[in-house]
Design a protein around this ligand. Structure first.
Ligand SMILES: Nc1ncnc2c1ncn2[C@@H]1O[C@H](COP(=O)(O)OP(=O)(O)OP(=O)(O)O)[C@@H](O)[C@H]1O
Ligand SMILES: Nc1ccn([C@@H]2O[C@H](COP(=O)(O)O)[C@@H](O)[C@H]2O)c(=O)n1
Length: 420
C-alpha cells in the first residue's frame, strides 16, 4: 500500500489510503484540517510523475529523477506548478518498507487535463525518461488516488485521506535513502555508481590513497572545528584562533578539489554531498597529520556536510519535519576522525545579513537559497542543535573578531582542551 506526500512550500501534505487509518494500525492518524479534503476542487487534480523503477537502487533512482525533473521543466506550454513528492510503501501494520521521490503537476480545472497528460507522456518518451504516472483527485468531499496504466479501467481507485506527519521523515528510515553519509564505503559506492562522469573520475584520482582509514587516531594536539551558518564569522575566527594558539588553520573542502566544486554543486543532492563527504575523509588525513605538531582549527567539517544535506533532503516545512532529536542521523560517522570540540557560531539573522552584504564575494546558489528561504535556514540551524556525539558548543559570535577569539580561547580553556 502506498503513502504519498505532496511537498507544498510551507509543509508536506501526507495522504494515505483510508484503510490504513483504522484504529488498530495506530501509525497513520487522520488529520482534520480545514481545506485538506478540498485541495483538488471538482475537476482539478495532481498528476504525479515518478522516475522510479523498482530494479534500480536508490542512487540510480535519484539520477533518473534528476533527468525527469529537467524534462518536466522543459515541458512545452507548461504554465502549471510542479512540486516535489515522496511516496513510500507500507506493510499491513503500516510500517514503511520503501521510499521514492517524484513530482506532481498541479492542474487547474480549466486546464485541458487530457491534452496535458498526452503531451507529458510524449515529451517524456522523447526525452527517454523512465516514468510512471498516477493522479489524485476529488469526488465530492473525498480524495482518491489512481495509477495510470495502458488499460485505465483495470486500475483500482483508492480513497485517500490527509494524515498527520510520521514521527520520522520517510527519507530517514533507512541509511541509504538520503544524502547523509556515515561511512566511507557508502560514499565510495555512490561515486562508483557515477564513475562514468569525468568529474567523478577526477575526484577519485585526486583522492586515491589520500583517505584516512580509521586506525591510529592518536594526536598530540587538539583538533577544533568551527561551524555555523554562512557569514557567522567562521573563517575569520579559524584564522585568528589558529594564530593565537600557534597552530594551523584548515578549511574544508581542500584546495586540491576546489576546481571541481561548482560542477558537483550543480548535481543532484546525493552526488553533490558525496563530493563533500569524500573530501571530509581526505581532510581528516591532513588534519591528523597537522595535529602531531600543533593545534588545528578547522573551518567546517562533517557537521556542515550533514546539516546542509538533511535540510535539503527535507525539502519543505519548518524544523518539525526534520528527523527527531537523538535520531542516528545526527551522530558522527564511526570511521571518521573525531574532533576534540566543535564550536557553533551563532548571531542574529540581521547581523548575519549585514556581514554577508559587507563581504562582497560571489554568493553560492545555496547562500542565495538560504537568504530566500527562512524555513531552509531554520532547518539548518535546528539540525546543528540536534547534532550529538559530539554535540556542538554554541558561542555567541556577535562581538568583534578579537572579542570572539578571546571568548573561544576562554571556552577551550574551560573545557580543558588547551592550557593557558
Ligand atoms: N566578529 C566579527 N565582527 C564583525 N565582522 C566580522 C566578524 N567576523 C567576521 N566578520 C566579517 O563578516 C564577513 C563574514 O565573515 P567570514 O567570512 O569569516 O564568515 P564565514 O562564516 O566563514 O562565511 P562562509 O561560511 O560563507 O565562508 C566578513 O566580511 C568578515 O570580515
Ligand atoms: N565540509 C563541508 C564544507 C562545506 N560544505 C558545503 O559548502 C558550503 C559552504 O562553504 P563555504 O566555503 O562558503 O564555507 C556549505 O553550504 C556546504 O553546503 C559541506 O557540505 N561540507
Amino acid at each position: 500500500m502506498k503513502v504519498l506526500a505532496l511537498e507544498y512550500d510551507l509543509e508536506p501534505l501526507y495522504l494515505c489510503p483510508k484503510s490504513l487509518c483504522a484504529k488498530e494500525n495506530g501509525l497513520w492518524e487522520e488529520r482534520h484540517e480545514e481545506n485538506d479534503n478540498n485541495l483538488f476542487e471538482s475537476g482539478c487534480y495532481a498528476l504525479m510523475v515518478n522516475g522510479f523503477s523498482s530494479n534500480l537502487y536508490f542512487a540510480e533512482n535519484v539520477q533518473e529523477n534528476s533527468h525527469l525533473q529537467s524534462a518536466l521543466k522543459s515541458l512545452p506550454g507548461c504554465n502549471f506548478s510542479i512540486i516535489t513528492t515522496m511516496s513510500f510503501t507500507v506493510d499491513q501494520s503500516g510500517n514503511q518498507t520503501s521510499y521514492t521521490e517524484g513530482f506532481a503537476l498541479l492542474l487547474n480545472k480549466d486546464d485541458d487535463n487530457k491534452k496535458i497528460k498526452e503531451n507529458l507522456i510524449a515529451h517524456l518518451d522523447t526525452n527517454r525518461v523512465k516514468f510512471n504516472i498516477s493522479r489524485i483527485f476529488n469526488k465530492g468531499n473525498t480524495m482518491w488516488y489512481k495509477e495510470y496504466s495502458d488499460n485505465d479501467s483495470l486500475q483500482q481507485e483508492i480513497e485517500v485521506v490527509a494524515v498527520k506527519q510520521p514521527k520520522c521523515h520517510p527519507a530517514y528510515n533507512k541509511r541509504e535513502t538520503n544524502s547523509v553519509y556515515h561511512d566511507q564505503a557508502r560514499v565510495q559506492s555512490v561515486l562508483d555508481t557515477f564513475k562514468s562522469m569525468n568529474e567523478v573520475q577526477e575526484l577519485k584520482e585526486i583522492y586515491d590513497g589520500k583517505m584516512l582509514n580509521i586506525k591510529p587516531l592518536k594526536r598530540d594536539h587538539p583538533i577544533i572545528v568551527i561551524e555555523g551558518l554562512d557569514a557567522t564569522g567562521k573563517s575569520t575566527l579559524t584564522e585568528n584562533l589558529a594564530k593565537r594558539l600557534n597552530g594551523c588553520a584548515r578549511k574544508s573542502p581542500q584546495d586540491c578539489v576546489l576546481h571541481l566544486r561548482k560542477t558537483f554543486d550543480s548535481h543532484f543532492q546525493l552526488l553533490r554531498r558525496a563530493y563533500y563527504a569524500i573530501g571530509n575523509y581526505a581532510f581528516a588525513a591532513q588534519v591528523l597529520h597537522d595535529a602531531q605538531s600543533g593545534p588545528v582549527v578547522c573551518d567546517r567539517f562533517w557537521h556542515s556536510t550533514a546539516a546542509y544535506a538533511i535540510a535539503t533532503d527535507v525539502k519543505v516545512g519548518d524544523e518539525t519535519h526534520l528527523p527527531p532529536a537523538r535520531h542516528w542521523v545526527y551522530s558522527w560517522p564511526p570511521d571518521l576522525l573525531k574532533p576534540d570540540i566543535v564550536i557553533l557560531l551563532t548571531i542574529s539573522d540581521e547581523l548575519r545579513r549585514c556581514r554577508l552584504e559587507g563581504r562582497n564575494t560571489e554568493k553560492t546558489d545555496e547562500e542565495i537559497r538560504m537568504e530566500k528561504s527562512r524555513l531552509f535556514r531554520q532547518r539548518i540551524a535546528e539540525v546543528y542543535k540536534r547534532m550529538d556525539n559530539p554535540a556542538l558548543v554554541e558561542l555567541d559570535a556577535s562581538g568583534s573578531a578579537e572579542e570572539l577569539c578571546n571568548k573561544a580561547v576562554e571556552l577551550l580553556s574551560d573545557k580543558h582542551i588547551i592550557t593557558i
